[in-house]
Ligand binder design. Sequence first.
Ligand code: ASP
Length: 444
Amino acid sequence: MPWYRKLHWQIILGLTFGIAYGILAASNGWGGFVDDWIAPFGTIFINGLRLIAVPLVLASLVMGVASLSDLRKLSRIGGKTIGIYLVTTAVAITIGLVIVNVMQPGEFIPPELRDQLMSTYADDAAGREVAAGAASDRGPLQFMVDMVPSNFFAAASNNRNMLQVVMVALFLGIGLIQLTKEKAQPLLDFFGSLNDVIIRLVDVIMMLAPVGVFALIAATITSVTGDDPSQVIGLLSGLGVYCIAVLLGLTIQTVLVYPTILKLFSPMGLKTFFSGIGPAQLVAFSTSSSGATLPVTMERCEEKLGVSEEVSSFVLPLGATINMDGTAMYQAIAAVFIAQALDLGLGFGAQLTIILTALLASIGTAAVPGAGIIMLVIILEAIGVPTAGIALILGVDRILDMCRTVTNVTGDATVATVIAASEGQLSIPNLSEAGDHIRMTAPS
Ligand code: ASP
């Protein structure tokens, strides 16, 4: 197949043209045209992915749990998955804290820019503080209560409630395991067939990906810069070191930590892994939403990395909702950066508090654009830094959001691969004969 017919190259082309066109449009004041005639294609693409996310999680997870056939296996895989998710997130936060303490990006922000940012984004920051206030004014166990919906349709009607849909699917799957084969079969056939249909729909929607990505990137650039790109240059000169700190951390996590984990705990080749997961990373970058990317992540992990459906359907939806290494790392760096910029020293105790709160905050962060900065408010409160400080970083949040979402999605795929390898459920594609898979045997 010629290179330009390959999906990831088509998406990269869409991305490149989108960036070029976005810059051109912003410099010529075409923002209105982009909003009216370009942006809708991006919205259609992202809506298509969101549309299939809830039914996909439901169908694939019910099938996944039902095929585990006994509850011991479910709790073993569940325990392992959550354990690895927590460890990778703690590693990400620690790397972030080391970087921000060494680089001290807060020292690079000139006082005039700081004051200007605080007044420009004051209203916006206040809005997010209110959103975060609603989240933090609740008891310590509220997050558990939130996971169990009282009405399935209410849960399924909002993609933000993905964790509730995961719970419903787990319940249904557990119920199905208890039935006799004859009784369970009709429902299994239904969910199995729904699952297959949706996986096909991912292919259909992904045909729109190059155009969708073009539109999303162009629209993001014009909306971030307004019609005055020189503003962005001014912003980047003050916040540049902060952005570099976040990007450096995300890069270390994505190209060093995950490959090391894959090397140590799975037979997966890195080239296979990154070329398999590439399109999901590109979709994550352009949509800034690991929830919207989930259908693509699942499809790539199953078809290109050889992760069994049983593992991917359980590990990935859970990961998209609770495992956000990129977000947690960004929250840690941002919290310390704001403290540095406002001249507030943070001791060892405060840094330890950041590790714990960022771990919890990233679990509670919804897999949608911009959710990470809302939960950042809770971390700032915990360490006694004025929450209005988020005004300092709002201007560059969108671009960092795109990058941290890539790390989030790569982390989920890494853990799915490792869990599949540990369960003997990874059949690495044999690259010499496309379509052939080598099944790994379960470790004894
Ligand atoms: N956009 C991120 C995600 O969906 C969440 C965040 O950090 O804002 O993974």
